[in-house]
Design a protein around this ligand. Sequence first.
Ligand SMILES: *Cc1c(COP(=O)(O)O)cnc(C)c1O
Length: 363
Amino acid sequence: MANRVFNFSAGPSALPLPVLERARDELLDFAATGMGIMEMSHRSGTFTKVIEAAEAGVRWHLGVSDDYSVLFLQGGASLQFAQVPMNLYIEGRPIDVLHTGVWTKKAIAEMDKVATYRLAGSGEKDKFMHIPRKEEITLNPQASYVYMASNNTIYGSQWRAFPETGEVPLVADMSSDILSRRIDVSRFGLIFAGAQKNIGPAGVTLVIVRKDLLEHARTSLPTMLQYRVHAAERSLYNTPPTFAIYIASLVMDWITQQGGLEAIERRNDEKAARLYGAIDESELYYCPVERDSRSRMNVVFRLKGNDEALEAEFVAKSGKAGLAGLKGHRSVGGLRASIYNAVSLEAVEALIAFMADFERARG
Ligand SMILES: *Cc1c(COP(=O)(O)O)cnc(C)c1O
């Protein structure tokens, strides 16, 4: 595949090449039906097998028990910012929020429309350069739930361990690190993730929700916004994003072929360790995020002195060298390498080599 670049885009982002090749091969004729998956009824037996395989893959890789429903919804992670409080907020019991950056800020803006909340921990005064430490978190045992983002795609920070919330359900936006490492799902009341980082293409949103929480919502909520409806209909209340779910099912197979989440996690650790190592050792680059809070998915870095012209040159030259998507998010500037599951160690090594060349050329 001579014309494929090393893709460090934050999302939508790189997909595994074998997944794309298989989708290409099956595009016109899926499972000898004489039609593509995009062209067939979502109620067909053929598609039913696909969505069941996608769900089984998620359950297997993350160890999701029967106490949870696995849903494939639409509206992106951003709709979950509203849908979660609409379904899980209990009147008079403010949501406890752990605020770690742009994505929790957006979630706060949505919960503020339909619920009350309280900041139980925040990294804001340190410009989100570290995850709130244990002693900086105060949880209310009466909260409706605790809300957090497990990985902060824009600031490049990530929770290593999750807070202990006792009887209070823990809700996590895992859009940018789901399936990148093993987690204990039983610690969570609800997990959601837009697909376009580690699951598949944009257009489908994974929601894993504890079944006892399904019944919290008012039945007067719009039907499409009630988790209970989607759970009862196995994500087939209306037409789901069939192609995106199909690709997600292929990604689940690919994870199995890679050796499962344990192997994926080991490789992700290795990729991140190498890249942060190269940044820390260099005279030109630095990582502004505190060491124990650094993300293994989104490596945020800058050039010393925050020389924006030189950073722009880095982005332009790396692009010409076949390394795409290294510009930092527009809200924070700098540089960012997103090294999701489908980004290979080879890609990370190519980036490290380019960084060294760029540094050498500066003298
Ligand atoms: C990408 C991302 C989102 C936004 O997802 P959409 O599907 O575009 O709504 C939300 N939260 C996190 C942590 C993300 O990385």
